[in-house]
Design a protein around this ligand. Structure first.
Ligand SMILES: CC(C)(COP(=O)(O)OP(=O)(O)OC[C@H]1O[C@@H](n2cnc3c(N)ncnc32)[C@H](O)[C@@H]1OP(=O)(O)O)[C@@H](O)C(=O)NCCC(=O)NCCS
Length: 232
């Protein structure tokens, strides 16, 4: 489902359109979805892809992101936080964003000799089954591997390995969710591509039993397009 523009103008009610559910005052522009997605109140999502069964809390912001399936974001997560020029004469928008102040006539009418172009942000790729705690900032260009966990209040400045737990500002590896063999098996299983009715029959609480059950699935079982979210 492609959404060109959608705003929930209600300050109170949640709005459901097909398989998208958005909270009060949330707005979307140029969003691509492939299954049910929930965004809380006051979220902004622009020019992004969001995978099925991903849920975000209130006040989350996605811009130029590719987010996988089955992700969980706490409140106030800023993905793909933009940058300002560090080594220019000024970091201000007056110097690096030619349109931002155009509404002010003195700026609009001022003569300019050329205008250097500046790249605000690259993109963010977030894998599948990623859990991001509340109040997290993810800097532009950073990739988050499948199954990773980002602790509350983290600032993520570099790529996060699959199934690792990182936290802090800057976010540093704290632990891994499973041993390396289990992590490889989970990544190789691409379980996030399976139809949800197959997933719901798995014994989620026991990762080894789940992997055995996944291995016993028939090769001709229907699969969704794979969302590749691993870090190189
Ligand atoms: C990341 C998280 C899942 C880790 O949980 P955990 O595995 O029980 O963590 P541990 O207790 O083993 O912590 C490991 C280390 O990381 C530190 N740590 C954990 N979370 C941290 C955080 N958010 N920021 C800074 N350090 C953190 C711990 O202090 C500990 O440090 P130590 O080894 O020096 O004692 C949890 O701390 C967290 O942040 N959860 C998110 C909660 C949230 O935002 N929920 C919103 C709804 S989605």
């Amino acid at each position: 489902m492609n959404i060109d523009r959608l705003v929930n103008a209600s300050a109170i009610e949640t709005c459901t359109v097909d398989f998208l559910r958005i909270g009060p005052l949330t707005r979307l522009e140029q969003i691509n979805l492939d299954g049910p997605v929930v965004l809380g109140a006051h979220c902004v999502a622009r020019r992004s892809t969001i995978g099925r069964y991903t849920v975000a809390g209130d006040y989350c912001r996605f811009t130029d992101c590719d987010v996988g399936a089955f992700c969980s974001f706490g409140d106030n997560v800023l993905l793909n936080a933009g940058t300002h020029p560090k080594d220019w004469f000024s970091t201000s928008l007056f110097a690096c964003n030619p349109t931002f102040w155009d509404w002010a006539s003195e700026y609009r009418d001022a003569k300019r000799d050329g205008y250097p172009s500046f790249q605000w942000r690259k993109s963010n790729k977030v894998g599948n089954d990623v859990w991001i705690g509340a109040n997290v900032v993810i800097l532009s260009g950073v990739d988050i591997g499948d199954g990773a966990i980002i602790g509350a209040n983290s600032v993520v400045t570099c790529n996060v390995m699959p199934y690792s737990v990182v936290a802090g500002a800057p976010a540093r590896p704290r632990s891994k969710r499973f041993d390396d063999q289990t992590i490889s098996a989970l990544i190789d299983s691409h379980w996030w591509t399976l139809p949800v009715e197959k997933l719901l029959s798995l014994p989620f609480g026991d990762v080894r039993a789940t992997l055995r059950a996944l291995n016993s699935l028939q090769p001709d079982d229907d699969v969704f397009p794979t969302h590749v979210g691993s870090v190189d």
